[in-house]
Design a protein around this ligand. Structure first.
Ligand SMILES: [Zn+2]
Length: 206
């Protein structure tokens, strides 16, 4: 059921697939997420963390009150990425994100779009979320080129990554979760955002 998430390659809950977090590192729990058995890590959480995990798992969608108003940004973002224009890509990522979170009455988050993904032996980083600290607002960073071949990331994957990081933001700032775990509910919320934003684009043959 997670086959549509291109950058995660997740195994089943009962599976034995060790998955290194490649798509995202949240600075709040970088160590925790560094190398985990996806979903099975639940057993290693303390009771407070398990409560947060279950709460996250129970939220399956994020209805957007202003989805139709966001569709123009999706189109512009796709064009900017296709033209490999980093500045415009960042601009429309920021506009989309700002209006999306404002529509949900969540605090703002800054978005940086950088060139080639960082990589090392663990793989390559697709996105990064740094929660707000003091007066410093939260920051999302996404990369528009693959690490190895330096090719521009496919639009759907790029949008998925941005929405993935926005979901971390919403966990903290909208759902008031004290931690942002990768639960099944988390991925459902990511898909929920993706489909609301992409629905209109289907009619354009994308
Ligand atoms: Zn993540």
């Amino acid at each position: 059921m997670f086959g549509a998430i291109p950058y995660m390659g997740i195994g089943s809950r009962s599976g034995v697939i060790f998955k290194q977090e490649q798509s995202c590192q949240s600075s709040a729990h970088r160590v925790q997420y560094a190398s985990i058995m996806v979903f099975s890590y639940y057993n290693r959480l303390n009771s407070a963390q398990k409560r947060v995990y279950r709460k996250s798992d129970d939220i399956h969608a994020v209805p957007l009150p202003n989805a139709s108003g966001l569709h123009p940004f999706i189109f512009e973002l796709a064009v900017a990425l296709e033209h490999e224009d980093r500045v415009k890509t960042e601009y429309f990522c920021q506009k989309l994100t700002a209006d999306l979170v404002a529509g949900l009455t969540a605090p703002p988050v800054r978005v940086n779009v950088l060139a080639a993904r960082p990589s090392a032996s663990w793989g390559e980083l697709h996105g990064l979320y740094v929660p707000a600290q003091g007066r410093t607002s939260a920051v999302i960073t996404v990369w528009m080129r693959t690490a190895q071949r330096r090719q521009v990331v496919a639009f759907r994957s790029f949008l998925r990554t941005l929405l993935h990081e926005i979901c971390h933001h919403l966990d903290y700032e909208l759902f008031n979760l004290s931690d942002s775990f990768h639960t099944e509910g988390f991925y459902k919320r990511e898909s929920s955002l993706f489909h609301q934003l992409m629905n209109r684009e289907k009619g354009r043959g994308e």
